[in-house]
Design a protein around this ligand. Structure first.
Ligand SMILES: [Mn+2]
Length: 343
């Protein structure tokens, strides 16, 4: 993706090369592959991928692939003066090492430029993301069917079922599945365990990854018969979530959407203890960063909208969609959001 654009920026700024070290997701971005160990050296006129003999040898257009040797730097022509690196994905140890290898060079953080390139998804990326979401929804529907037959009795069993359904569709897991039943649902990042599924809200937060692109969806189901207060809390949260999506317009600051959701939740807004959403792509969490004042809705961004309310020691609810903003919002996770009660 966008290798030419990157090289144009490097040329413009007189950078000798951009150096990326695994597990930097930018390597996956440029090659559309994952490697156990890799380095990428992108200069204005050339792109090189260095990998070990332990990985499948990729065939890549516009990228030369060679073996990552101990003294890989020997192959580089004239001493480099300006080297771009991706700070958030480079360890301090590695940067110190690079400074010793290239004592004459200045190092420039290119994370901002890489973010700018990656924040607007290409047509291929949008396709992969919508496929990941469709796979996720199919797994969810299959799980609902199992739950209604009372075939899954623990958080772990439900998580395993979803994960198997994802793998059966030739996809991977985007992140560890969160299944939270009863009072566990009051903990947004509950660690799925061997707990029996209980009467009450059940949070199902999971996603498939297709060609390395991630989906993220949360649904809250009710096991048993919900009381009217429980139904009205669910309906309020759903209305807030849908309203945030309908308010998505180009250039709208994400913080404004967050404010709107809080307003709609009223007194319950103190129970909404996390961010409204996050960008998603090769990484489950990537820019746009909703809490940043500068973050605005832009064309071809993909992000989640996921308000939740949590009642300590009692229960919790969260509704999350992965949404693409093209000219208008397009919900990619199309699974049903009406409150499903399983007797
Ligand atoms: Mn999420």
């Amino acid at each position: 993706m966008k290798l030419k654009e990157t090289q144009a920026v490097l040329k413009q700024e007189n950078i000798d090369f951009l150096l990326l070290v695994s597990p930097d997701p930018a390597i996956t971005y440029f090659t559309q592959r994952k490697f156990s160990q890799a380095m990428m050296i992108i200069s204005p006129n050339n792109a090189r991928l260095l990998i070990t003999a332990l990985d499948q040898w990729p065939r890549l257009a516009n990228v030369n692939v060679s073996i990552l040797s101990r003294n890989w730097e020997k192959d580089l022509a004239s001493p480099a003066k300006a080297i771009a690196v991706n700070y958030p994905h480079l360890t301090v140890t590695y940067l110190e090492k690079l400074k010793k290898i290239f004592p004459q060079a200045g190092f420039k953080d290119y994370s901002g430029i890489l973010t700018k390139l990656r924040i607007n998804k290409t047509a291929d990326e949008l396709h992969y993301l919508s496929k990941a979401c469709a796979i996720t929804c199919r797994a969810y529907d299959a799980a609902l069917n199992q739950l209604s037959k009372r075939k899954l009795n623990t958080e772990q069993a439900l998580a395993s079922f979803l994960e198997q359904e994802i793998r059966n569709q030739n996809a991977e897991l985007a992140f560890p599945t969160i299944i939270a039943s009863g009072r566990n649902a009051a903990i947004p990042h509950h660690l799925t365990g061997n707990y029996r599924l209980k009467r009450g809200f059940l949070i199902v937060d999971f996603g498939a990854s297709y060609k390395n692109y991630c989906a993220d969806m949360t649904r809250t189901i009710f096991l048993g018969k919900p009381a009217s207060a429980e139904i009205s809390r669910y309906k309020l949260l759903l209305a807030a979530q849908q309203s945030a999506i309908s308010q998505l317009t180009e250039k709208k600051p994400f913080l404004e959407l967050d404010q709107r959701v809080k307003k709609m939740l009223g007194l319950l807004s103190t129970k909404f203890i996390h961010s409204l959403g996050h960008g998603i792509g090769l990484e489950v969490h990537e820019p746009p960063v909703f809490s940043s004042k500068a973050a605005k809705v832009e064309k071809n961004q993909v992000f989640t909208i996921e308000p939740g309310i949590y009642f300590k020691g009692k229960y919790g609810l969260r509704i999350e969609d992965t949404v693409a903003f093209i000219n208008k919002p397009k919900i990619l996770t199309k699974a049903c959001k009406e409150l499903v009660a399983i007797p």
